[in-house]
Design a protein around this ligand. Structure first.
Ligand SMILES: Cc1cc2nc3c(=O)[nH]c(=O)nc-3n(C[C@H](O)[C@H](O)[C@H](O)COP(=O)(O)OP(=O)(O)OC[C@H]3O[C@@H](n4cnc5c(N)ncnc54)[C@H](O)[C@@H]3O)c2cc1C
Length: 412
């Protein structure tokens, strides 16, 4: 599709109508209702049901509009992805954002020609963003694996809840794995449950053939990865027995690498046929983070990006030049120069780039410390597993009379 008389001439084109792209579009429209915004989304409907945790602060936009307050009320907490996407989609539609579904962008360079009115093209296509790949050369400043996790997802009837922490700890000992439970809010009498299991590198390899689209079931897991299967059986049985869960579907199990990555740059300006086009990345296209912070950071970046674009489009009138600087400004500039404080970038898009770098740096530090504490937990579970095994070996030897002494065994 290209611009025709039936389609608005977009000022902004957004590639990807996931949660962050949609939230960017909503805010652009609320900040400047005259903007024409076009979104291109490869899928026809929102199907992802995994539960995401949204913090209220991530939906703080500084925009006084009841509809944003309603989103905050309805989406804060744990919500399935497609419910978030549908809520954003409906507000975006109400505000006049055009979303074309079933539009898979494969050639990013063609976009400025297809939409010559577009001054901003935003890559919001998630972790494998085509805009990042084709326009930013996929240059990543940071890209490393933090740890390996397996997700086990299912839906159950009615309401359910997490185990209390005491029960979780005793179950983790029985189950031999560190497991975190994410329970969605019930909707239409159904609750989505995700168990997040931290696994060893070896177990992760054993699950290599399974993916989000081709998940394992408890049955196939038994053969593929017996240690994980045993732990999961303990946990799932406890959820049925103690939480009285009535499952509506078979658990789907797939490995997920928890990676941290960060695009080297998130803004690029260029001139296309004499016109300036600004490219920007937002959400998972720009920055990926495990431990359930990525969407929250993406939403905050959407706020900053929409503010920056509107400022970029409507620069404030330059302040009248003062022939004689006031005493106060003289003092401020001398303080700044003596401390060599560089002021915030005056270009709003550079301010977005700077905001993004600060946020990403901070989040990476948090992830580092969280990974260290979880890794310590995983290795203590592994250590207790070793201790249990050696206890069993010793007990067997003692029972068979092959040893009379326990000295030298790794039993604490
Ligand atoms: C199991 C799981 C649990 C998670 N839990 C949490 C959590 O609790 N809290 C949290 O903060 N984060 C969580 N996350 C991360 C969160 O899901 C992502 O950060 C978030 O979805 C990113 O949103 P996005 O809009 O940037 O990208 P995406 O959600 O990836 O959306 C990108 C959109 O762009 C479309 N698209 C891609 N390429 C193209 C193309 N070439 N042409 C057209 N359209 C395209 C896609 O179809 C998609 O709709 C979780 C992730 C997973 C996998």
């Amino acid at each position: 599709m290209s611009e025709t008389k039936d389609t608005p001439r977009p000022d902004v084109v957004i590639v990807g109508a996931g949660p962050v792209g949609l939230f960017t579009a909503i805010q652009l429209k609320l900040r400047d209702p005259s903007l024409n915004i076009l979104m291109l989304e490869k899928y026809k409907e929102y199907k992802r049901q995994h539960v995401l945790k949204i913090e209220a602060a991530s939906l703080d936009t500084g925009i006084e509009d009841q509809r944003i307050q309603d989103l905050k009320k309805n989406l804060t907490g744990k919500t399935p992805t497609n419910r978030i996407e549908n809520a954003f989609k409906s507000l975006a539609g109400e505000l006049g954002v055009t979303i074309l579904y079933g539009e898979h962008v494969t050639d990013v360079e063609a976009l400025p020609k297809r939409f010559p009115s577009a001054r901003y093209i935003i890559g919001a296509g998630g972790r494998r963003s085509i805009v990042r790949a084709q326009k930013f050369g996929d240059a990543l400043l940071v890209n490393h694996n933090v740890m390996k996790v397996v997700f086990c997802k299912y839906r159950c009837k009615g309401k359910t809840e997490r185990f209390g922490w005491m029960r979780s700890i005793s179950l983790m000992h029985e189950a031999d794995h560190t497991i975190n439970e994410l329970i969605g809010r019930p909707k239409d009498g159904v609750t989505a449950v995700t168990l997040q299991i931290f696994v060893s590198g070896n177990e992760y390899k054993q699950l290599g053939g399974f993916t989000f689209k081709n998940p394992a079931t408890p049955e196939t897991l038994r053969k593929a990865c017996p240690t994980l299967s045993k732990s999961l059986d303990v946990w799932l049985r406890a959820r049925i027995d103690e939480m009285k869960e009535e499952r509506l579907d078979e658990p789907k199990i797939n490995p997920v690498p928890l990676d941290v990555y960060q695009a080297a740059k998130v803004v690029k300006r260029e001139s296309v046929e004499g016109k300036q086009v600004t490219w920007a990345l937002v959400g998972d296209a720009a920055f990926g983070l495990p431990f359930f912070r990525a969407l929250n950071d993406g939403l905050k970046s959407a706020t900053k990006l929409s503010q920056s674009i509107v400022k970029d489009l409507h620069p404030p009138d330059p302040e009248p030049r003062q022939t004689t600087p006031s005493k106060k400004s003289k003092t401020m500039s001398s303080i700044k120069s003596s401390l060599s404080v560089s002021s915030a970038p005056s270009d709003p898009m550079q301010a977005y780039e700077a905001f993004f770098k600060r946020m990403a740096w901070w989040e990476r530090q948090l992830v580092g410390s969280k990974a260290t504490s979880i890794n310590a937990g995983v290795s203590s579970v592994a250590a207790s597993r070793k201790v249990k095994r050696s206890r069993v070996r010793v007990a067997r030897k003692v029972a068979s009379g092959s040893t009379s002494s326990m000295s030298g065994c790794a039993v604490s």
